[in-house]
Design a protein around this ligand. Structure first.
Ligand SMILES: Cc1ncc(C[n+]2csc(CCOP(=O)(O)OP(=O)(O)O)c2C)c(N)n1
Length: 367
């Protein structure tokens, strides 16, 4: 089988970047993306940021009980999504990936309904906010226990290989997840089986208050790939084009039967770990401000403006459109109403066991 020619070296000392801070292309190969694709990437990044901000506001209004801010992760997430074949490849995401799920195509009303806990959520509001999934898009429902989704992702990839399906499994997680036993078990198994998986670390440098230096004795996450017999890519995750191209290459490699990869996308989270966290207790404000100066949206906008693909007018019109879209999605999700309480018994058992039948009847006053 022919694989796309390899553009990137694994195990580089410095993160791979193809666009500098001034928005200039420094890729050293030909950019092969159409103008519409480039503006689509930017729009998806802007959409991720708008949705993140607006969901944060809903949390402060008491409508959503919990959020996990994604600001700063947009380039990485949009790059991952666009490198995948939506509805064909499988995704095992984590809770900070709302921007990734939207860029993959999951309907905004489902994402909003999931966090509001209404019937607009296909999972009938049975998960905590920021834990969506989608049968239609082959997206495994976000699991709270850190790294518990990594072994099932490896299993999915192994089954894809056995079935010769031509599909790939992408599994995302934070740097903290790489300290869990589940992470090592899953990545090792995928490596041993040569499974078509791409393991992606959105490394924002912290696991709640635990910084990278306390997380691991390694200098970086991607070097861990050595131990599992796969390439490890070190990437500037604030560069949407680097994130996209490296993911595209790792996915092509997996699809063509060359096995799994580990991709480390270096990002920063602008907000707290979640709405239950005060990050000023452990992160100096100067550090946050320094990273914000490297903002992935600003950088990519400069890139587009140099090509006359974006301007102030387009920015304002898009922001208006995205804000209106969010308002409409909230309205629609709220109008869907709260799911009936008895729906908690649905969809798990083909035949409800006797004890649950009894509990259901009691709940509905039918006992
Ligand atoms: C097994 C397990 N241990 C601890 C927690 C509590 N917890 C939730 S998120 C989190 C930090 C994870 O950090 P990281 O993987 O780096 O992702 P990030 O939130 O930084 O994006 C922790 C410790 C958990 N959910 N599951």
């Amino acid at each position: 089988m022919i694989r796309e020619s390899q553009l990137f070296e694994p195990f580089t000392e410095e993160p791979i970047s193809v666009m500098n801070e001034a928005g200039e292309w420094v890729g050293g190969f030909d950019l092969d993306l159409e103008p519409e694709t480039l503006t689509r990437f930017y729009r998806d990044m802007l959409r991720a940021r708008v949705v993140d901000e607006r969901l944060g506001r809903l949390q402060r209004q008491g409508k959503v009980s919990f959020v996990a801010p994604g600001g700063g992760h947009e380039a990485a997430q949009v790059g991952i999504a666009h490198a995948m074949r939506a509805r064909e490849d499988w995704l095992y995401p984590y809770y900070r990936d709302i921007g990734l799920l939207l860029a993959l195509g999951l309907p905004l009303v489902e994402i909003v309904g999931q966090s509001l806990g209404t019937s607009a959520d296909p999972a009938k509001a049975r998960q905590m906010p920021y834990h969506p999934g989608s049968g239609e898009f082959n997206v495994f429902t976000v699991a709270s226990p850190i790294a518990s989704h990594v072994p099932p992702a490896a299993g999915t990839a192994i089954s894809q290989k056995l079935a010769g399906s031509g599909e790939v499994t992408v599994c995302t997680f934070g740097d903290g997840a790489t300290s869990e036993g589940d992470w090592h078990a899953g990545v090792n198994f995928a490596g041993a089986q040569g499974a078509p998986a791409v393991f992606v670390c959105e490394n924002n440098g912290y696991a709640i208050s635990v910084g990278m230096r306390h997380q691991t004795g390694s200098d970086s996450i991607h070097v861990k790939a050595h131990a599992y017999g796969m390439p490890g890519y070190f990437v500037d995750g604030m560069d949407v084009l680097a994130s996209y191209y490296v993911m595209r290459e790792a996915i092509a490699r997996a699809r063509d039967g060359f096995g799994p990869s580990l991709v480390e996308l270096v990002v920063y989270r602008y907000g707290g770990h979640s709405s239950a966290d005060d990050d000023s207790r452990y992160r100096p404000r100067a550090e946050v401000e320094q990273w914000k100066r490297r903002d992935p949206l600003t950088r990519f906008r400069r890139f587009l403006e140099k090509r006359e693909l974006w301007d102030d007018e387009r920015e304002a019109a898009t922001l208006q459109e995205l804000g209106d879209e969010f308002t409409a999605a909230v309205k629609q999700a709220e109008e869907a109403g709260v799911p009936p309480v008895a729906s908690m018994f649905d969809d798990v058992f083909a035949d409800l066991p006797a004890r649950l039948r009894k509990q259901r009847a009691e709940l509905l006053g039918e006992g």
